[in-house]
Design a protein around this ligand. Structure first.
Ligand code: ADP
Length: 590
């Protein structure tokens, strides 16, 4: 059985649409999921980056406020001590172990501030403890400052003693700001005086003003008039930030500018010493205010940042989505095929059921036709027998004349022939069904077969048509055939021609074309409707006739066809309703 789907095109269209829909939705979902996956990873990276940068910012803020605390603490000591001596400050710094408690604090110092008229007095006072003390750089100025303490007092810091920071504009502006704000104030980028000539590393100073003890600092002028010096911390920025970040697991690089703009001249620190270098599309800047100064911090991820987002991962998700879509599509195709097969099987079942029903109804028809067909001759036989019985009982010589007896016997013979044919047909059907319809082939001549049959049926023809059929032949046609069975074929065709021939003349043509013998039985009878023509060779088919119309069981053509087939031949029919039919038997000669 070939499973040929006979489904209408409408559901088929819907199937195709559903397939396309699966693909489109799958691809759309893939695109959305990929997009959100990438976005989520990027958002996660951004959050982590933000977290890392704020860790750094908080660390810087904490440390710087600690250093501010150290300055405030030292100033408090000065304020409490009154007219403090150099060595007192030094021992205070040592005793409080300020450098231990504030890691990263590189120095703490004290500078005096005085007007030009007090310069000499201060210098001679200082020379008592530092014989070669001098205020430097030289020059006449209205106001002087002079570093008198800078701890730790190492060779580098010793260089700064006596230095007048106020004469240098950057330091001066921070000092002036510190005086009026009374806040710890940071300078812009400077080079510390204690640096070696060669190094010149960037740095800044952190100033806290010291006012005359008990003086009035309610206005800017009063602050300026009463300031006597500054507690301050110098910072070499590289050392400072290295110390601040020493115990941080840095995942982010930071460049620090001593300005609110990232000008390379103001760069005071770069963690990875490589400028720029934006990785993973992440960077940010923050402005940080320390000691009244704005510092710009530029952050970029370091290599160990390890972002969640990656092109490959995103591509993997995308590919996964495509694969799943494709798989779903395949599953859909498979399911669709299964549904189609199930439908086809259901249709086939229905067809078989229908056929079965038709067979059952044909069998029922057959039974009714067969009983009718059998009953007719039997009734007739019974009637003849009763007529004869009555005649014999009456012992009337007129009733049992030889002519009367002959007529009765002829009728009995004809009815029993009819009965025999019916039974023979039924036996043949059963033989065909069980494959026992054997052909006993021998050399035979077709014209003689046809003529024999015509002769045998001539009484019926005379009774019905009034003349025997005309037989048109074209010389001998010899073949290897079962003579008895071929006779049966022509008997069937000619009997049908009588039955369905409307008493009109019947014609037979016997011809040979190459290796084929052709026998046409042509009548001018009722014909067969086109819708029935393909059915007439089926078992029990009577082309829409009821048992009462014309006698017959619908077996003749079925048997005829089987016999012709068993000879390797075919049977064709051409017919037109009301005009007649032509049955053509085509037989191979061998
Ligand atoms: P039946 O015994 O009914 O004639 P057949 O198998 O010989 O059975 O024929 C099957 C049916 O084919 C007939 O019932 C009839 O309807 C149709 N048929 C056969 N031969 C002819 C014919 N020559 N002209 C018209 N119809 C025919």
């Amino acid at each position: 059985m070939k499973l040929q789907p006979s489904l209408s095109s409408e559901p088929e269209k819907k199937n195709v649409l559903a397939g396309i829909l699966i693909l489109v939705i799958g691809l759309l979902l893939t695109a959305i999921i990929t997009y959100y996956f990438a976005m989520m990873n990027k958002a996660e990276d951004l959050m982590r980056f933000d977290y890392e940068t704020h860790l750094i910012i908080r660390r810087i803020q904490n440390r710087m406020s600690q250093y501010e605390g150290a300055l405030i603490q030292t100033r408090a000591f000065l304020n409490n001590t009154g007219n403090v001596q150099r060595h007192q400050i030094q021992s205070y710094i040592k005793d409080t172990e300020i450098f231990k408690r504030y890691p990263g604090l590189q120095g703490i110092g004290y500078t005096l501030m005085f007007s030009a008229k007090h310069k000499d007095a201060y210098v001679s006072e200082m020379r008592k403890t530092i014989p070669d003390f001098r205020i430097w750089p030289e020059g006449r100025r209205d106001t002087y400052t002079s570093i008198i303490v800078l701890e730790p007092f190492d060779w580098r810091n010793q260089k700064a003693i006596g230095f007048d920071m106020y004469q240098e504009p950057t330091r001066r502006s921070a000092m002036d700001k510190a005086i009026v704000t009374n806040q710890a104030t940071v300078t812009k980028k400077i080079i510390l005086v204690q640096e070696d000539e060669g190094e010149k590393l960037p740095g800044f100073n952190f100033y806290l003003p010291v006012y005359r003890k008990g003086s009035d600092t309610s206005t800017d002028q009063k602050k300026q008039a009463n300031v006597i010096g500054f507690i301050y911390s110098p910072f070499r920025t590289h050392e400072l930030f290295r110390a601040i970040f020493s115990d941080l697991d840095m995942k982010v690089d930071v460049e620090i500018y001593a300005n609110d703009k990232p000008l390379s001249d103001d760069l005071i620190y770069d963690y990875d010493l490589k400028k720029g270098n934006v990785r993973y599309g992440l960077e940010s800047t923050e402005i940080l205010e320390i000691g009244g100064m704005q510092f710009l911090l530029h952050f970029t991820p370091l290599e160990n940042f390890r972002p969640s987002y990656s092109h490959w991962k995103t591509f993997g998700v995308f590919l996964g989505g495509i694969l799943i879509t494709y798989l779903l599509f395949l599953i859909y195709l498979f399911a669709r095929r299964q549904v189609r097969i199930a439908k086809i099987i259901a249709l086939e079942k229905e067809r078989l059921l229908q056929k079965e029903k038709e067979h059952v109804s044909a069998r029922d028809d057959f039974l009714s036709i067969a009983s009718h067909e059998l009953k007719t001759p039997l009734t007739s036989l019974k009637l003849q027998a009763q007529v004869m019985k009555r005649a014999i009982e009456k012992n009337d010589p007129m009733a049992i004349t030889p002519q009367r007896i002959k007529a009765l016997v002829e009728q009995i013979d004809s009815q029993s022939t009819r009965l025999t044919r019916l039974v023979d047909d039924m036996l043949d059907i059963s033989r065909i069904r069980t494959g026992r319809l054997k052909m006993i082939k021998d050399n035979a001549e077709l014209n003689s077969i046809v003529n024999d049959v015509v002769e045998r049926l001539s009484p019926q023809f005379m009774n019905s048509v009034g003349s025997p059929p005309t037989v048109e032949t074209h010389g001998e046609i010899k073949g290897h055939w079962d003579r008895f069975r071929l006779e049966q074929v022509f008997v069937n065709l000619l009997t049908n021609a009588i039955r369905y021939g409307e008493k009109r003349p019947v014609q037979i043509k016997v011809e040979r074309h190459q290796n084929m013998a052709h026998v046409c039985v042509i009548d001018q009878g009722i014909g067969i409707a086109p819708e029935n023509i393909h059915k007439i060779f089926d078992r029990f088919e009577r082309a829409g006739m009821s048992a009462s119309e014309v006698s017959g069981m619908g077996l003749g053509l079925f048997i005829t066809n089987q016999i012709v087939k068993a000879h390797g031949g075919t049977i064709e029919v051409r017919s037109e309703v009301g005009k007649g039919s032509t049955f053509e038997v085509i037989l191979p000669l061998h």
